[in-house]
Structures are given as structure tokens and as C-alpha cells.
Design a protein around this ligand. Structure first.
Ligand SMILES: Nc1nc2c(c(=O)[nH]1)N[C@H]1C(S)=C(S)[C@@H](COP(=O)(O)O)O[C@H]1N2
Ligand SMILES: [Mo]
Length: 335
């Protein structure tokens, strides 16, 4: 069952996605079959890694091992067509590395992501500074194929590899008074040219937050990988949040601090333009941005001749799972 490159496939047809798809099929087959074959996926992965060498990010060995053991979540994944690896990793918003969509890929490659530690503070019984490796000890990684809808009205379908934020928060034992979770991105102007600019709109570091029930929701994950490999720096390595029913700016990258709070924490885009970006930022086609409509989106890849415009769904298509969190709230007011 080893995956081999068939001799009749042109090299140009071998994309990271096709390799990735094959690998997923392989893993699924394995899960359905005998557990005795469990040494398979690692072999398949390294066998196919040659084709996209240079594109994939490699993390520390302990992370590589975990990524290879990741299982595909059927319960939480969409079957929609994946946005190609190339687009997921070259069309990014990461203002710490510049305002242009191609800036993060161009300028984030030197970001030092290992070793990495996360400070856990606030209303928890077990605060402290934890090495990423320790945070992931005993955690099983899962693949979640989610839609990502940016507030700028474009979207992608991305196969993240991560784990529920809830499982991590529980380990720190939140106290009864924790009502919100606040996240902070690395602040390091030496490594992040966007933080050196005096013309930036954001007051660094980038901060985000969730209400406790949002943070504990099973769809909310922390991602450490994408397309079966470690996160590239431009996607928020080595640890980023993914909240699929909210606009993309909630999904904060390169997290160094998780703080449990009693009060609603400040969030970067809300602080920058409160009339345009709220704390909740749930995807909502019925509430337009003051400067553009939110009723449709460009599903990437999109081009002038093939714009691929689709309707935007309430809660980005996750209403069934999350709408109850906001029952009784006026979503025009709490945008
Ligand atoms: N620290 C930080 N996190 C961030 C951003 C940012 O500029 N800085 N941009 C956000 C926005 S607007 C979006 S749409 C997503 C994009 O994630 P991606 O580049 O992995 O697709 O990251 C979010 N997280
Ligand atoms: Mo965004």
C-alpha cells in the first residue's frame, strides 16, 4: 500500500495537493484496515516529500512525528474542494510582515519558531510558561478541513492539523471567574519588519480574544500544521488559532500568550477601527462592512476571468454548530 509516483503522471501534475490527497486516502484506508500497518503513513509521507521539497515547512522532530500520526476528522471537516497549497501559503494576511498579500511569505521565512514557549496566565490554577513541546505532550493531532472567510470577502478551504483549544485550556484548570480567553502574538520587531514600521495601523502586539464558550467549542482549534506538514511561518507558525465561523482576523497567529480573563479583552482590529470590526466578528452575510458588502465572497483561487464568487453563509456555514451561542443577541449590534 505504499504510495508511489505512477510513471505515467507528468511531474507538473504532481502538486502538493495531489500528494496530500493520496496520503489522506491512504491514512483513511489504514484507519479502516488493520492497525498492524501503522508504520505505513510515515513511510508514505517521506516517500512523497521529495516532489514538494522546499515548499513544505519542517518543524522540530517531535512535531514531525506528531504530524505524521495525525488522523483525519470526518465529523468536523468539509468535503469542499481544497484551496491549493500554493495559495494557502502565498496569499496571506500577517501584518507583522507587511501589508501586502505576498509579504508574509517573502519576509517571514527567517522567523525562529523553535524553541517556542507560551505563557499561560490569569484566572487559571496552573499558570506558567510552557514549552510548545510540553503543551503538545499527550495531545493527538487531528486534521480539520475548514472554510476560512476573511473580512475582506475572500475565502479558502484549508486542511489544518491541530487540536481543540478546549482540551488545552482544561489542563490549565480555569477558575470560576474566567469568562474570556485573550491571545497575544509574538512581539519582536527585529524579526517582524511590520512591527518596525511607524506607519502601521496596528498597535503591536496583535491581540485577539474569545468568550469562554466560544473558546471551549469543539470547532475551535489551535493549529500546528497545514496540508499534513508543519505550519509555514506565513501561516502563523508554530501555533495559531483557527475559529472557522468567525472572520479570519480572529484566528490569531504565532501565539506566545494565553490569558484567562474576567473582562472582555481588547482585540487588535476592534481597537484600530471599532465601527468596522467588532469583538465577535461572526461571519454574517446580513451585516455589511461599512465599506463593502459581506453577502458574497471570492473563493480562492479566483481570477479576473474566473472570479469564483459564492454566497457567504451565516456563521460561515457552521450555524448548526454555533448559532445557539448567540441566541437572543442582536447580531447587528454585536458584529
Ligand atoms: N498576528 C496576526 N494574526 C493574524 C493576522 C495578522 O495580521 N497578524 N491576520 C489575520 C487575518 S485578517 C486573516 S484573514 C488570517 C489569515 O490566515 P492565513 O494567512 O493563514 O490564511 O490570519 C489572521 N491572523
Ligand atoms: Mo482577514
Amino acid at each position: 500500500m505504499l504510495i508511489r509516483k505512477a510513471p505515467d503522471i507528468a511531474p507538473s501534475e504532481i502538486t502538493p495537493e495531489s500528494i496530500y490527497r493520496q496520503r489522506r486516502q491512504f491514512i483513511k484506508g489504514l484507519a479502516a484496515g488493520s492497525a498492524l500497518l501503522m508504520s505505513g503513513p510515515a513511510a508514505a509521507l517521506s516517500g512523497s516529500a521529495r516532489e514538494d521539497e522546499g515548499l513544505r515547512a519542517t518543524g522540530p522532530e517531535w512535531l514531525q512525528k506528531k504530524l505524521e500520526a495525525a488522523t483525519a476528522s470526518t465529523e468536523f471537516s468539509t468535503a469542499e474542494k481544497l484551496t491549493p497549497f500554493e495559495h494557502v501559503t502565498s496569499y496571506n494576511n500577517f501584518y507583522e510582515f507587511g501589508l501586502g498579500k505576498s509579504d508574509p511569505k517573502a519576509y517571514a521565512q527567517g522567523l525562529r519558531t523553535d524553541p517556542w514557549s507560551v505563557e499561560v496566565s490569569g484566572a487559571v490554577h496552573k499558570p506558567g510558561r510552557y514549552h510548545l513541546e510540553d503543551l503538545l505532550k499527550g495531545v493527538d493531532l487531528e486534521e480539520r478541513i475548514y472554510r476560512l472567510r476573511c473580512v475582506e470577502a475572500w475565502s479558502m478551504v484549508i486542511p489544518w492539523v491541530g487540536f481543540p483549544l478546549a482540551s488545552l485550556l482544561k489542563r490549565f484548570e480555569p477558575t470560576g471567574s474566567s469568562r474570556y480567553v485573550a491571545f497575544t502574538t509574538l512581539h519582536d520587531p527585529e524579526q517582524m519588519p511590520g512591527q518596525r514600521s511607524r506607519f502601521g495601523t496596528i498597535d503591536w502586539p496583535y491581540v485577539e480574544g474569545l468568550r469562554m464558550d466560544e473558546a471551549m467549542h469543539p470547532l475551535t482549534i489551535l493549529a500546528v500544521g497545514v496540508y499534513g506538514s508543519a505550519l509555514p511561518s506565513q501561516n502563523g507558525a508554530p501555533l495559531r488559532l483557527v475559529v472557522p465561523w468567525k472572520y479570519g482576523f480572529k484566528s490569531i497567529k504565532s501565539i506566545v500568550r494565553i490569558h484567562l480573563a474576567e473582562q472582555m479583552p481588547p482585540t487588535s482590529w476592534n481597537r484600530t477601527a471599532p465601527q468596522e470590526y467588532g469583538f465577535y466578528a461572526n461571519v454574517n452575510p446580513a451585516v455589511d462592512h461599512p465599506r463593502w458588502s459581506q453577502s458574497t465572497e471570492r473563493r480562492l483561487p479566483s481570477s479576473l476571468f474566473s472570479p469564483n464568487i459564492i454566497d457567504t453563509q451565516p456563521f460561515n456555514g457552521y450555524s448548526e454548530q454555533v448559532a445557539h451561542l448567540y441566541s437572543g443577541m442582536d447580531l447587528n449590534k454585536w458584529y
